[in-house]
Design a protein. Structure first.
Length: 610
């Protein structure tokens, strides 16, 4: 028991100090428990096969897909509109929406679904994500108190009541308690988040050197106005011809910068968009959309002669193909060479759309243009080919970070499909008559997101997983086994209740809440509720009081644990994204946890009299 407590104290201290990464600290604690024979290797590694950890991995993937398809941006824009640009209203709406979802979906699932939406919202409004992400995690736990199925501890106390012959709670018996928790949470978190959760922007001093966004490049080179879209119809003369046969550059001075094909299935739910460069051997087909660049009058002439139909104006969007800038260095072998002999198309399968020379932009007759040192070339191609340009550092420098830009491109045509998958997952978790376990639903949803193309590739899906948070939770979960196995948790709970029981029902109620709250910082909330529920029941019977307020104190203490990043999976989920330290949870979560306990000590007897 002593060794377990020493390891726990050292671990918590290291978390607070924050000099070593939290996952490394957790792994050190886990290793110590094995070396001291407190846990067997099987017990110590059980966290890595826990359904909670597997769910976290799957939910990271689902959250990544929600971001990648632009679904998060769409949903966040709607919330921003409802908030009317008011920072406080936005904060309150995030908390309320999260709590409403958390009433029916696990708090881990709720945070994983809402986190990409909140990140997108913060980006659009200029709000720091750190201001919203911790309140998001806390709101998911508060939302769990709104319904019987909101959080496992609610079901634990329900089972304890039924087992001892008391009237069971109904589905919405928890709603008044949850609503009061939400009000307290909003009132306390608003000032605390403003005081402690704003993070210094490490990149703020280097804004001038940042890479241009795709939208900025489109605007700078006037691509929206300089490019037109044409549909190849059944009557088009260029159907079944190769790009080389059209000889557009020599005949009309035009360039096909992209060939796109779009198709829809099942009423538009499943949409596929394929993009390809106009290589000489590429055969044009009916239904293809060609993107032409050049003189508009010549485009009109070519369109009339070829019987192709101009499509509605649409902003440039990027999926498989992207654009970037490269600058030629003075020592480049390309200096003085004509663009036609640059080898970009032959070696990298890259188009050059334009040249920026000082303040002049060149788009016409690019093939004959002689390259000069300092020329900035706007190139287009598959993202993987643009990234390859980075390896050719002797002739040019790629401006910006193509890989990062590629990750930021959203497949907006996949958002209806992503929304459908997400909704199906949520429904299967909400309704008990659907015979699918939550972990199975999450794994299936994550897999469907990858298979149906909501990610650029499988590697992109893996990159959405925050392994630091996963390892942190998996390595800390066995600590609860060690505390229970050595009798530490039972000794703490029994001792505190024995001391407080003689002080009156209100003091006992307060003691039960804070004892449960303390234990939940180190063992799972479900395990804490299972441990404390019988103690609360026995204590109530011994003093001749109703067990209802005491059992509610247990489920509240188990669910409202905010002072530690590893006390609940939602707290760990937002830790990396919000750039939080352990101390941030203490600054915001601990006061909230204490205030919640004090107020609910007096509220619970009013709702459920002794």
């Amino acid at each position: 028991m002593t060794a377990t407590l020493v390891i726990l104290v050292i671990t918590v201290t290291m978390f607070i100090v924050g000099k070593i990464r939290s996952d490394i600290v957790a792994l050190c604690a886990l290793t110590s428990l094995i070396l001291l024979d407190i846990l067997t290797p099987e017990e110590a590694l059980a966290g890595f096969s826990s359904t909670v950890v597997i769910m976290m991995v799957g939910l990271f993937v689902i959250g990544g897909a929600i971001l990648q398809t632009g679904l998060a941006k769409t949903m966040s824009q709607r919330i921003i509109q409802l908030a009317g640009g008011n920072d406080t209203t936005l904060f309150v709406m995030v908390v309320l929406v999260t709590a409403a979802i958390g009433a029916f979906v696990s708090n881990t699932g709720t945070v994983a679904l809402m986190m990409p939406i909140v990140m997108s919202m913060a980006m659009q409004t200029g709000t720091q994500p750190s201001r919203l992400l911790m309140p998001l995690a806390f709101a998911s736990s508060m939302g769990g108190m709104l319904t019987l199925i909101g959080t496992p501890p609610n079901l634990v106390i329900q089972e304890a009541l039924i087992e001892h012959g008391y009237k069971p709670l109904n589905f919405f018996s928890f709603t008044p308690v949850g609503a009061i928790c939400l009000v307290i949470g909003i009132i306390v978190m608003l000032p605390l988040s403003k005081m402690f959760l704003y993070k210094k922007n490490k990149g703020s001093r280097d804004n001038t050197g940042r890479s241009k966004t795709l939208d900025e490049l489109v605007a700078e080179y006037n691509l929206d106005n300089g490019v037109r879209r044409y549909l190849i119809t059944a009557n088009s003369d260029i159907k079944e011809k190769t790009v080389a046969e059209l000889n557009l550059r020599n005949t009309y001075g035009l360039s096909i910068i992209e060939i796109r094909n779009e198709n829809s299935l099942r009423g538009g739910l499943i949409r596929n968009v394929t993009q390809s460069l106009a290589t000489p051997e590429k055969i044009l087909a009916e239904g293809d959309i060609i993107y032409l660049m050049g003189d508009k009058k010549k485009m009109d002439k070519f369109a009339r002669k070829s019987h192709i139909r101009q499509m509605d104006k649409k902003n440039m969007d990027f999926y498989d193909l992207g654009i970037s800038e490269i600058v030629l260095i003075p020592q480049s072998r390309l200096i003085g060479a004509r663009m036609a002999y640059s080898g970009f198309r032959e070696k990298y399968n890259i188009n050059v759309l334009g040249i920026k020379r000082s303040k002049k932009y060149i788009f016409d007759r690019l093939a004959n243009e002689k390259l000069r040192a300092g020329d900035v070339l706007l190139v287009q191609g598959k993202w993987s080919n643009i990234e390859k340009l980075d390896n050719e550092e002797t002739d040019w420098v790629v401006l910006g970070q193509p890989e990062k830009q590629a990750m930021q491109v959203t497949f907006d045509y996949k958002s209806p499909l992503a929304a459908t998958i997400m909704l199906a997952m949520v429904l299967s978790m909400v309704f008990d008559f659907i015979p699918i376990a939550p972990v199975t639903a999450i794994i299936a949803a994550g897999l469907l997101m990858v298979i149906t193309g909501c990610f650029r590739n499988v590697d992109a899906a893996y990159k959405t997983i925050n392994w630091e948070s996963v390892v942190l939770i998996a390595a800390m979960m066995p600590m609860s086994t060690a505390l229970e196995k050595t009798g530490t948790s039972a000794l703490i709970s029994h001792s505190l209740v024995e001391v407080l029981g003689a002080q009156g029902p209100t003091v006992l109620l307060c003691g039960l809440y804070f004892t449960t709250s303390l234990l939940t910082m180190f063992i799972s909330n479900t395990a804490t509720a299972v441990l404390m529920a019988p103690i609360a029941m026995t204590s109530a019977v011994e003093i001749g009081a109703s067990p209802y307020p005491y059992l509610f104190a247990v489920t509240l203490g188990a669910s409202m644990c905010f002072a530690s990043p590893f006390s609940t999976p939602p707290n760990a989920l937002v830790m990396h994204a919000g750039s939080y330290k352990f101390s941030d949870y203490i600054k915001v979560g601990l006061p909230l946890q204490i205030i919640m306990g004090i107020i609910m000590t007096f509220i619970l007897p009013l709702l459920f009299p002794f």
